[in-house]
Write a protein that binds this ligand. Structure first.
Ligand code: 4NP
Length: 157
């Protein structure tokens, strides 16, 4: 999950997808990062922490880090929270950029619409609630898409 600063949107996305995938019995390894390093090492923004906590998710132990080209060798799927983030990811990853692994997060909910999760960084608390709602719906769609239904799972077993 990648945004610009790794302190507002992508920490929410990391926390929400971790929570939902864990509850769905999936053993995914989920991380977040930012395309800039202004906040490297910092915990998520207090309002992101607050909104997550209001929804029963603790993101206080996360620390911001910068997105790197090597994330393409570590991760199977990389979501950009917005189009400007995606362009920065291309610049940072250079030859390592793998278009097959990347999508805008909101395309999981509204395929092909190329919608951004608006950056709440400069605004009031309401923006953080809005970001949470959008990210949560997209994460629901991801977990539903990749979950193995009960009956299929018993067939595999
Ligand atoms: P985020 O919000 O990308 O959702 O973490 C931002 C936070 C900080 C900055 C930009 C966006 N910044 O440039 O410091």
């Amino acid at each position: 999950m990648v945004c610009l600063g790794n302190i507002c949107r992508s920490p929410l996305a990391e926390g929400i997808l971790q929570d939902k995938s864990f509850k769905a019995g999936l053993t995914w390894s989920i991380e977040s990062a930012g395309t800039n390093s202004y906040h490297t090492g910092e915990p998520p923004h207090p309002l992101s922490q607050k909104v997550a906590k209001m929804n029963g998710i603790n993101i206080s132990r996360q620390r911001a880090r910068r997105f790197t080209a090597s994330d393409f060798t570590v991760y199977d799927k990389i979501y950009a929270l917005a189009e400007d983030v995606l362009q920065e990811m291309k610049r940072i990853a250079g030859n390592e950029f793998d278009n097959n692994k990347v999508d805008l997060l909101m395309n999981e909910l509204y395929p092909g619409k190329n919608m951004d999760v608006p950056d709440p960084w400069y605004g009031p608390e309401e923006g953080y609630h809005e970001a949470y709602k959008l990210i949560e719906k997209a994460c629901d769609a991801i977990v539903a898409k990749y979950s193995i239904p009960n009956n299929e799972y018993s067939m595999i077993k």
